[in-house]
Design a protein around this ligand. Structure first.
Ligand SMILES: Nc1ncnc2c1ncn2[C@@H]1O[C@H](COP(=O)(O)OP(=O)(O)OP(=O)(O)O)[C@@H](O)[C@H]1O
Ligand SMILES: [Mg+2]
Length: 260
């Protein structure tokens, strides 16, 4: 993949949360979070259901304001959505009245790319996610997994500095999931954009992350670095797998359910 095929890019940006408290209607979901992501890093966020992973991504994307603390992207305080920070949602968020092709064109259109060029680039991204033959379908005519693939193509086509991904591959079958993980790593290597990736899956975290954090309501509970190239299925990988699984299982509340 070349710069020409991926389009012009914003430089990767750092993300920094300091004493960050996030929540809804004044009620905190995540409190006092200190976390930084380096430019060009893939940070994977693991955590139990309801601990605030999607909330954190929404805050980084500028869709919700912090209750307190600060959140910066690059040199700027995050104070609203911005085309440089893309979000791939947990539930698909395609525009239902636009075809797959026109959904992928959207960030290019917003970025002022001319029609013929944005058609070409969108078609390329759809081909990469294996959906060339479905370009003219509306989202309602696609399977859930296909819609997630269109979302991925749309996010990558916009060549953002930061891409936040909320369990983007959860709905995919195992084989497509691995293919999409490879595509993401390939696109990331070509662009070196900053990626914040949320998943429940420890294996997926270890396949993708430069660093993996386990999020809890009061901040980061555990953190590991994973060197590249990956040594999947090695003893070191098994140790990390066991450690992260134990961190995820530490006593906590799952969205109101007390779990010992
Ligand atoms: N729009 C909202 N208004 C009020 N509360 C919300 C809203 N969205 C999420 N919450 C609450 O915030 C908490 C964290 O939700 P969030 O979606 O961030 O969790 P999560 O870690 O992404 O969970 P999951 O793994 O199940 O996706 C939950 O208690 C949830 O009920
Ligand atoms: Mg979520």
């Amino acid at each position: 993949m070349t710069a020409e095929t991926t389009g012009s890019r914003a430089p990767a940006a750092s993300i920094r949360a300091t004493g960050l408290t996030l929540g809804y209607e004044g009620r905190a979901v995540v409190s006092g979070l200190d976390l930084s992501v380096s430019p060009g890093e893939i940070l994977v966020v693991l955590g139990s259901s309801g601990c605030g992973k999607s909330t954190l991504l929404r805050a980084i994307a500028g869709l919700i304001d912090p209750l307190s603390g600060t959140l910066t992207a690059g040199d700027a305080v995050v104070d609203g959505p911005c085309a440089d920070r893309a979000l791939v949602f947990q539930d698909d968020a395609l525009l239902p009245w636009r075809t797959a092709q026109r959904n992928v064109e959207l960030p290019l259109q917003v970025g002022g790319v001319r029609r013929a060029e944005r058609r070409r680039r969108a078609a390329e991204w759809l081909a990469r996610v294996g959906l060339s033959t479905h370009a003219d379908r509306l989202p309602g005519q696609l399977s859930g997994g296909m819609r997630q693939r269109v979302q991925l193509a749309r996010a990558l086509a916009g060549a953002p500095a930061v891409i936040c991904m909320d369990e983007p591959f959860g709905a995919l079958d195992a084989q497509t999931r691995v293919a999409m993980q490879q595509l993401l790593v390939e696109a990331w290597q070509a662009s070196q954009c900053t990626v914040v990736f949320v998943t429940h899956d420890v294996s997926e975290a270890l396949a993708l992350g430069d660093r993996i954090v386990v999020l809890a309501k009061d901040g980061v509970r555990d953190e590991v670095r994973v060197p590249r190239p990956r040594e999947l299925d090695s003893p070191a990988d098994a140790d990390l797998q066991a450690r992260l699984t134990a961190s995820l299982r530490a006593p906590h509340d799952i969205d109101g359910l007390a779990v010992a």
